[in-house]
Design a protein around this ligand. Structure first.
Ligand SMILES: Cc1cc2nc3c(=O)[nH]c(=O)nc-3n(C[C@H](O)[C@H](O)[C@H](O)COP(=O)(O)OP(=O)(O)OC[C@H]3O[C@@H](n4cnc5c(N)ncnc54)[C@H](O)[C@@H]3O)c2cc1C
Length: 321
């Protein structure tokens, strides 16, 4: 019977919404063989463990140590290994966030265990589906090893089932080793906009925006829609906007309610990051642009003509409602 340990990320006494797809994936694995779900909260402030008691887990485990904050993959890796051993986990994973993409492979290596990343479906307790070739194909992978490690693609799992009131258990102390890494400063990006991966609306610009200053018109539309700004890699590589706005295979994976792609051709690597969006709108002057093949609504036009009009219409609509 499986014992699935899901690592949570928390902030201000709450479980980050980014962690929830990992919980759902863990619930699905445990359900395959009537196994148990266990949750893990790491860090100096484990009050968020209370907030994690409603996901039907056999227990919410906490591990407090000064080395766990600020985050280093080295210390988190050690902590995850300690928790996995203490609980006797058969599976360990979480959402494919930048934090867990960093920490889980270290823990898997220490336990000499296999890891499957970006899981999009749970086929069996040991078999998982993940995309390959920038989403052009799916592969089913069967894992055998002491512990099966996984990261779940955030856009592919619905919110977790709620239920029960799990006990909170503090794990005994262990030695955590940051292996010579000291975080000397954390510089947070200040933005009034929602995080790209959590926004309900994303407006992205591509190379056809030509220069950074032109993104101003997209920012205006983005803010009216209460969304997040994104970009293609061509736009970030050209320095038009910061690299952390990149959507795609080597950027962020997003699946908002509405994705507006402006002056983006629709290369497969870009589509890999946004094709799960509910409604896709494409604005491009080239009617042959591949983005139109996956767009729900397409407009063959120059952004210079379209975006100011669209922005004015949204403003009018908001004023009237
Ligand atoms: C290993 C690898 C990983 C990659 N990862 C990513 C990734 O994560 N994300 C990503 O985005 N790319 C990624 N790429 C790059 C990708 O292959 C494309 O090069 C990139 O997505 C192209 O960006 P773009 O659509 O903005 O530019 P282009 O392909 O140059 O398209 C620009 C578009 O703008 C349109 N246009 C021009 N002027 C206007 C105008 N005035 N009004 C309206 N439309 C206009 C044009 O018709 C054109 O379709 C990756 C590539 C590789 C090899």
């Amino acid at each position: 019977m499986s014992r699935v340990l899901v690592v949570l990320e928390t902030a201000n006494g709450a479980v980050k919404s980014a962690s929830l797809p990992g919980v759902t994936c863990g619930q699905q694995i445990a359900a395959k063989d009537g196994g148990e779900l266990h949750l893990l909260v790491l860090g100096a402030d484990v009050s968020a463990a209370e907030a994690a008691r409603g996901f039907g887990a056999a227990a919410v485990h906490t591990l407090t140590a000064a080395e766990l904050e600020p985050f280093t993959a080295e210390a988190w890796g050690d902590a995850i290994v300690h928790a996995a051993r203490s609980i006797g986990a058969t599976h360990v994973g979480g959402t494919a966030t930048s934090t867990l993409r960093d920490a889980l492979p270290r823990a898997a290596a220490v336990l000499d265990s296999p890891l499957v990343s970006e899981v999009v479906a749970v086929k069996a307790v040991d078999t998982f589906t993940r995309p390959i070739s920038a989403g052009r194909a799916l592969v089913d992978m069967k894992l055998s090893g002491p512990v099966a490690f996984f990261t779940a693609r955030a856009t592919e799992f619905p919110p977790p089932n709620q239920g029960g009131s799990s006990p909170v258990k503090a794990l005994g102390g262990t030695q955590l080793n940051t292996r010579g890494v000291t975080v000397v400063g954390v510089h947070k990006t200040e933005s009034a906009r929602p995080a790209l991966t959590e926004a309900r609306v994303v407006v992205s610009g591509g190379r056809g925006m030509r220069e950074g200053a032109n993104f101003g018109v997209l920012e205006e539309l983005t803010d009216l829609l209460g969304g997040a700004l994104g970009a293609s890699r061509a736009a970030t590589d050209a320095g038009m906007v910061p690299a952390d706005l990149q959507v795609g295979q080597t950027g962020k994976i997003v699946a908002p309610e509405l994705y507006i792609a402006v002056a983006i051709s629709g290369a497969i690597q870009h589509l890999a990051g946004m094709k799960g969006s509910k409604t896709i709108v494409a604005i491009n002057k080239d009617e042959e642009a591949p983005i139109f093949q996956i767009a729900d609504y397409g407009l063959v036009a120059k952004w210079e003509d379209t975006i100011p009009q669209l922005t004015a219409l949204v403003r009018q609509h908001k004023a009237a409602n």
